[in-house]
Design a protein around this ligand. Structure first.
Ligand SMILES: C[S@@+](CC[C@H](N)C(=O)[O-])C[C@H]1O[C@@H](n2cnc3c(N)ncnc32)[C@H](O)[C@@H]1O
Length: 229
């Protein structure tokens, strides 16, 4: 039995068709070979990919990739792999990587569940970023939410000792649900003294499009940072 069939598989996204601009398509065609990692069901080799063994962060669902590129640019001594299924965002991030020549950032255009199951080995990661995951507001869609206990249990072994999981959301009911899920496991502990407390916004996380939209709607942003002790 594979890992993903142990739990009912979460389908956390709906692929929207179209909207890929000619320049985004060109960016994918031009830069995938240099700055992309093709999905294949075997462990990925960070040393072969980056040419070094610097700390490695996985970002899940980078959207248009603006925050991703800014974080990678500000942290040249860390490597980043960023997973996204939405082609326009992938094209946009390739453009940003090429413009800034970010040698410490690679894109995987694939469902991150497969990536985690088959490409990321245990204790490979120094951190995981999940910024503004789709909140799936309607109750009947909650099953699509990425951050549920089986997903947390799937990603936790991939973190090294001392590594962190950082989630940000502007949807308060999702933030509470994430906290409730995290409270049910014992492998990660809250970075804050209060086990149910949200974190101050870490300085490395820039404002994203989804965050700005949430702020415009009057939402409060919750950062949740847990550590693997
Ligand atoms: C609400 S957007 C947030 C984007 C970005 N992090 C930001 O803050 O602007 C969530 C993103 O997660 C991506 N996503 C959802 N499930 C995914 C999965 N299983 N694998 C890869 N990407 C996924 C979606 O395509 C979408 O672009």
């Amino acid at each position: 039995m594979t890992d993903s069939s142990l739990h009912q598989r979460i389908k956390s996204f709906v692929l929207r068709q179209g909207h890929l601009t000619p320049s985004q398509k060109k960016a994918i065609d031009d830069h995938q070979a240099t700055f992309g990692i093709l999905y294949e069901p075997k462990p990925f080799n960070p040393l072969a990919t980056f040419g070094n063994n610097k700390p490695l962060i996985l970002e899940i669902g980078f959207g248009m990739g603006v925050a991703t590129a800014a974080i990678a640019e500000n942290q040249p001594d860390t490597n980043f792999i960023a997973a996204e299924v939405h082609a326009p965002g992938v094209g946009n991030l390739y453009k940003l990587i090429a413009a800034k020549q970010l040698n410490n950032l690679r894109i995987i255009q694939h469902d991150v569940i497969d990536v985690i199951d088959h490409m990321i080995e245990d204790q490979m990661l120094d951190g995981i970023h999940i910024f503004f995951p789709d909140p799936w507001h309607k109750k009947r869609h909650h099953k699509r939410r990425l951050i549920q206990l089986p997903f947390i249990e799937k990603i936790t072994p991939k973190l090294k000792q001392g590594a962190y999981l950082h989630i940000a959301t502007d949807w308060a009911p999702y933030a509470e649900a994430i906290m409730t899920e995290l409270a049910q496991q014992t492998q990660l502990i809250n970075s804050q003294p209060d086990p149910m407390a949200f974190s101050p916004k870490p300085l490395y996380r820039p404002l994203t499009k989804f965050e700005q939209r949430g702020l415009n709607l009057g939402h409060t942003i919750a950062d949740i940072v847990f550590i693997k002790p």
